[in-house]
Design a protein around this ligand. Sequence first.
Ligand code: SF4
Length: 456
Amino acid sequence: MKYFIETYGCQMNVHDTERMAGLLEQSGYDPAESDRDADIVIVNTCSVRERAEEKLYTRLGEIKEMSREIGRTPLVVVAGCVAQQEGDRLIKRSKGVVDLVVGTQQVKMLPMLVKETAASRSELFMIDGRPWRPEGRIAIENPYEDPSFPLGIVRRGDPVRAYVTIIEGCNDFCSFCVVPYTRGHERMRSKAEILAEVREAADSGRREVQLLGQIVNHYQAPDDPSCDFPALLEAVHEVPGIDRIRFASPHPRHTSDRVIAAVRDLPKVCKHLHLPVQSGSSRVLAMMRRRHTRGEYLDLVARIRAAIPNLQLSTDIIVGFPGETEADFDETLSLTDGVGYHSIYSFKYSERPNTLASKRMPDDVTDEEKTRRIVALQTLQRSVQSNLFQRSIGTTHQVLVDATSRRHEWELTGRTSGNTVVNFPGPPEWLGKMVDVTIERTGPNSVWGQAVGDPR
Ligand code: SF4
């Protein structure tokens, strides 16, 4: 039996896919080259934006068509945030395409659920994060509320970088965000388990580790009262074989002076922070329930810059949040210009199920106006980024090579400590090596250069 998993969304989903692949392989399944060769097709979904959710239904239509073409029907599983959010509605809406829905907290049960579903092909089988019994079927209640994950099972897809979850879920309930409803309440993984996984990643040749959590810097070890997030960074820093440490995403209000000092003082911790701001207007931030103001955010950025002048920042921004006026949006533009982000992820607001904003705040900015605002924001960001990239010409950076280019085998791509993507000529054997590269020219979203010295 062969499986094929396709993944939408954030790094958390990418890592869940690595976990699902490992669990299936341990149960005797093999990876398939494509969905056409697979006996089980898993779509690991994202529901953070409406468009991401719509993609699922388009994809299910394509799988139905493919089954007709190849003359057999694979077992179709939907996992991830849309699965958690939609539950049995997804089964009904897909009109017989979906066999199994696996919520975000049931990943560890996947092989057992697949087996159960395959054995009862005539019926749809569904399981929810909360105990739930579909009519006429026995749903297996989820015994895995805890965030631990057995060591040695993850099938890592990236040869250089290892994702390691440290926190699952979120308790913040920002008014626009679906994550607390799809990923559940915040659960911390034990320090012992995290360090064991980091050691295992290093032993398997990964040079970079990326610590994952919805609010990663809220970490407090359940097995060591003295270990908060900066202390965890120090502990991970001690693991031999790991040369780079990244984390995503910190929340501004938990970015304490101790967190800043840890990023400054620990050489392996990359000089990059993805610090979501969401809006430049304190009025909108209050409606978003972000618990920080524009002034507090800018003060934090000033403290970070004073402590670590070479650190690069990136962020997330939503335009067209309910009630966002032209003046509010101007504040987002001025903040973006003033901070000087190396990159931003910008989104048009869309209502997400269950959220406070969807229940209490009318989506009153027209789609046309949202489009105008996002185009203006992205145009500004292109110019901010282009200026920053231009200033980097002639400078030399340590780049960890993480891929060969899709265009030419002799072209490599990697990232600086600050997270800038750098392209340069070099042999494929340099994959996973650290190379000094001098920047020569800039492009959209990445820069180009030449290697200097020997790779390490
Ligand atoms: S902090 Fe806010 S935006 Fe981030 S996951 Fe939690 S609720 Fe969502």
